[in-house]
Design a protein. Structure first.
Length: 187
């Protein structure tokens, strides 16, 4: 039945173990992505995920006009959020690549397929995260997905002292959904 399946799913999610993001893993991922094709694009995807907790659909809808000219701020759904310096740096690099390739689309993320640039699809983002298993033989890399990173980001922010209001502002999470990430007994 649906109830039984949901219970099994929730237990599986809990077995995964909720871990907080750590600097060593983030650095390992960045070092790995720097060696790959489309490194600037993939690094921007990862950094947007790890700093803002964007969902795949939000990443796919991002346009260049969401950023100010210096890439210091992003405007999302009425929120203006300051970006970290490393993300600003890689956004500038990606923007230069886009201009050099003369890509006309305003979408931030493109793939080159069949001789032309096209906006990324959800599976392209999944591929970026699925490739993390190549970093080391550690099983933890299999857990990395946009959903996992979002959950870990929210929990990490909470446990290092961000207020619930700040977490909701930065990640865009609704007050009604925060309990999916932070349990009442942890609050």
């Amino acid at each position: 039945s649906r109830k039984e399946n949901l219970t099994i799913y929730e237990e599986t999610e809990d077995k995964r173990g909720v871990t907080e993001l750590n600097a060593e893993d983030i650095q390992a991922i960045l070092d790995f992505l720097k060696t790959k094709r489309n490194s600037n694009r993939d690094i921007v995807i990862f950094l947007l995920e790890v700093t803002l907790g964007l969902e795949r659909s939000q990443l796919l809808e991002l346009n260049w006009d969401a950023f100010d000219k210096s890439f210091k701020y992003i405007s999302l759904e009425g929120r203006k959020i300051e970006l970290c310096p490393i993300l600003q740096e890689y956004l500038m690099k990606l923007n230069k690549e886009v201009k050099k390739a003369k890509i006309k689309s305003q979408k931030l993320f493109q793939v080159f397929y069949d001789g032309e640039y096209r906006p990324m699809r959800e599976w392209n983002i999944n591929d970026v995260f699925n490739n993390f298993v190549q970093i080391t033989n550690d099983e933890k890399w299999k857990d990395y997905s946009p959903k996992f990173v979002r959950k870990s980001l929210i929990r990490t922010m909470f446990f290092v002292g961000y207020s619930l209001e700040d977490i909701m502002y930065i990640t865009g999470i609704d007050i009604n959904n925060i309990s999916k990430y932070i349990k009442t007994n942890e609050n």
